[in-house]
Structure formats: structure tokens, C-alpha cells
Unconditional design. Structure first.
Length: 405
């Protein structure tokens, strides 16, 4: 993990907006051979603006040590970690606890979010000013900010600080105990459903507030066709908004559900119509980036079926193979567009620079997803047993080898 790679003579150009140079003389012999072989593809280091590495507070689910290594195995060299931790990073004192672990244990660039409200309780605004220099933005991820006045004030203060509000949009009054999409599968199997309006309703409110305040606003993990259309219309009006979706929402719908906790996430897998709207959104530019929402839990927490398992799945080690296999190889999007979604747009929007980062893949390697092989402590994935293409053989972050097959 300590070999250094310095800029020099080998130039990687995987997208018109990105290139990096590597001095081949500085590489170990076994790694130089990778660059000599035409079978390998070299990409810029991927960037995920939505992950849960669970420290401090929940290290039995994941640690920054394991999460960052799992990210490197997935080709990621920069990630943004969500604040639903213990203690919640709602002050510089609490944030420092997370920063200290990152400094000690991470093999890639890990940038935390600060909470929007104290304890993510939705009542009193957190110390946004005190945390601003050390966070990528402010989010109460895992919980929607229910109060319009609280969100308006958060946007006003975030704008003054030059920071984004990054919103988990969920109206608690519409959940009614639901835990999967309120669609055909829920009706056929007697499950309580989560309606689409619980997501798009808060998005509509926040878009209005972002337009009013001028705050930079980013919407987490959109999953409904209405969300796509609302954001498309807001962009056309000039609202300063971006959004993300996750791989599972693009390639699965509620028709793929099984009675297993590894299919339970929040927001849930929606209808086929929603999935097609999301695909249209990544094709026409409405959706700016793909983020994994990597959310590990213990095996016990995910072994209780759809109703009682914890919300959340892992995805950072499978995201690129899923997108490459199911969207690029099938001709839905180009590789250049995938690089925009995984690299260019998240880095530009969140101000995360390249620091001699790249990742090398064998795109012809076919494998079967086996969660027991994951570096992540979380093993719950809806892609278990699926055959995918693309195996990471090397990831370099800030000139250092973060992962090597």
C-alpha cells in the first residue's frame, strides 16, 4: 500500500475532460506489465458522493478501514461519507472524531458530510459555520428535514458558506409503516408500501426553496419518475440543482423483489415505469451522477426478510461492473457517459479534484457476484449470484496503490 506513482510519461485519456500521467519507471515490474497489455482499460478514479462507512458509532457494520478498501476495489478514489453516525457530526468537536479515523485508516480520499440539524433530529440547525471548512456539504441523510422553515434557514446559511444542501427527501407523514414500494409486488404479497409522493413531495418543496434562496441543492438517491420530471423542469428554470440515483434503481424494479432483506433499501425499488424514467434521466442529463448509497449492516440485521430487516444494501464493489454490464455493453449509454456519471460530474459539482488517481480494469473478465468475497463488512446485495463483466486489477489514489488484485 505504500508504493508511490509519480507523474511522468504514460498518459491515460479515458474522457475528454480527464487525463493523468504516470512515470512507468516508478512502477513495480508486475504493475508495469498491466500497462503493456491491451486487455486492460484504464479509467480515472471514480467518485461516490453517497456512502455509509459507519464510523464512529457503528463499527460492527463497517469501518472506514474496510469501507475505503472496498471502495478502492470498486475503482473509487474519492467518497463522501454520510453523517448518520454516533456522535452525529453536527459540531466541529463531533466531526473531529470522524476526521481522526479517516486520517488514520483510509486508503482513499474520504470527505465527510456535516449534519444539517443537531442529532439529525430536524429541529435545531447544526453548527454549519464551524464545520464548513472540513465537509463536502450538509445532509441529514437517512432522515428527511420535515420542516419547511428549517430547510429554508439551512439553505440560507449554506449559501452564505458556499456549501451545498444534500437532501434525503422523505415525508414521514406519508410512510404509514411502509417498507417496500407501494406497487404490484406489495399488493400481491401483502406488504405495506411506501408511496412515491413521500419522495417527490419533499423534492418539489425543496426545489421551490432552492429557487427562492439561490442555494446549491443536491438530491440524494432519486427513485421515482415524478422526481426525475420535477428536477428536469427545475433545471430548465435555472434552479441550481443536481441529483443522483443508484445502480440498483437503474437495473432493477419491484418485479425483481424477493422475500429477502438484501432487496430492502430506502428508497425502495420502484416500478418498471420509474426505472425507465431514471434511465431516460441519465441519458438526457437530468440525472447528473450515479452514487452507490453503500449502506452495510450486520448479517443479523439483514436476515429478517423484507418487513423487518434494516434498510440498506452494499454496492461499492459491484457498481462499475453492474453499470458496465447492464448499461454500457447493452448500448443504453456510452462509456464516456458512464465516466461523466461516475467521475466528472460528481467531482465537478462537489469540488473534489483529481490527485493522480486512476483505476485499471479487465473488462472481459466475467465473474459471479459472491458477497463472501467482498472486502466490505456488509454482504447484503441484490446482485448476489449474478454474472457480471469487469474486474478491477489496480486502483491508485493520490499516487499510492490503494488496491491491487
Amino acid at each position: 500500500m505504500t508504493e508511490m506513482m509519480k507523474s511522468g510519461v504514460f498518459k491515460i485519456e479515458s474522457h475528454p475532460k480527464y487525463s493523468v500521467s504516470v512515470d512507468m519507471a516508478d512502477l513495480p515490474v508486475d504493475i508495469r506489465s498491466i500497462f503493456d497489455s491491451p486487455k486492460y482499460a484504464v479509467f480515472p478514479g471514480f467518485c461516490d458522493v453517497h456512502v455509509h462507512f459507519r464510523e464512529p458509532g457503528f463499527s460492527y457494520k463497517e469501518r472506514i478501514y474496510t469501507g475505503s478498501r472496498a471502495a478502492a476495489r470498486g475503482g473509487y478514489t474519492a467518497v463522501c461519507t454520510m453523517p448518520n453516525l454516533n456522535p452525529v457530526p453536527d459540531s466541529i468537536e463531533n466531526l473531529k472524531k470522524e476526521l481522526e479515523i479517516i486520517e488514520t485508516d483510509s486508503v482513499i480520499r474520504v470527505i465527510p458530510y456535516g449534519a444539517i440539524t443537531v442529532g439529525e433530529a430536524g429541529q435545531t440547525l447544526a453548527d454549519l459555520e464551524g464545520m464548513a471548512d472540513d465537509v463536502c456539504g450538509f445532509s441529514d441523510d437517512g432522515r428527511g428535514v420535515q420542516s419547511e422553515e428549517t430547510m429554508r434557514e439551512a439553505m440560507i446559511r449554506a449559501k452564505a458558506l458556499g456549501k451545498m444542501i444534500v437532501a434525503h427527501c422523505e415525508d414521514n407523514s406519508l410512510l404509514l409503516g411502509g417498507y417496500i414500494h407501494d406497487g404490484e409486488y406489495a399488493k400481491a404479497h401483502g406488504h405495506r408500501g411506501i408511496c412515491s409522493e413521500s419522495e417527490w413531495g419533499p423534492i418539489a418543496r425543496d426545489l421551490r426553496l432552492a429557487e427562492e434562496t439561490g442555494c446549491a441543492y443536491h438530491v440524494c438517491h432519486i427513485s421515482t419518475k415524478e422526481s426525475v420530471q420535477l428536477i428536469r423542469e427545475a433545471k430548465a428554470r435555472g434552479v441550481n440543482v443536481t441529483c443522483e440515483t443508484a445502480p440498483h434503481y437503474l437495473v432493477m424494479d419491484d418485479g425483481d423483489l424477493r422475500e429477502e432483506g438484501r432487496f430492502k433499501m430506502n428508497p425502495p425499488l420502484r416500478s418498471r415505469e420509474d426505472k425507465l424514467a431514471l434511465i431516460e434521466g441519465i441519458c438526457d442529463g437530468t440525472i447528473d451522477m450515479i452514487a452507490t448509497d453503500h449502506a452495510p449492516h450486520s448479517a443479523e440485521e439483514k436476515a429478517k426478510g423484507l418487513e423487518k430487516s434494516a434498510f440498506g444494501i452494499v454496492g461499492i464493489e459491484t457498481a462499475f461492473p453492474v453499470m458496465y454490464t447492464k448499461l454500457v455493453k447493452t448500448g443504453v449509454i456510452s462509456m464516456d457517459r458512464l465516466m461523466e456519471l461516475l467521475v466528472i460530474n460528481p467531482r465537478e459539482r462537489f469540488g473534489i479534484p483529481m490527485t493522480n488517481d486512476f483505476t485499471v480494469w479487465d473488462l472481459d473478465a466475467e465473474f459471479t457476484v459472491d458477497p463472501n468475497e467482498f472486502i466490505s463488512m456488509g454482504k447484503a446485495t441484490p446482485f448476489a449470484g449474478e454474472k457480471l463483466f469487469g474486474r478491477c486489477v489496480l486502483t491508485v489514489s493520490d499516487g499510492k496503490i490503494a488496491y491491487k488484485l
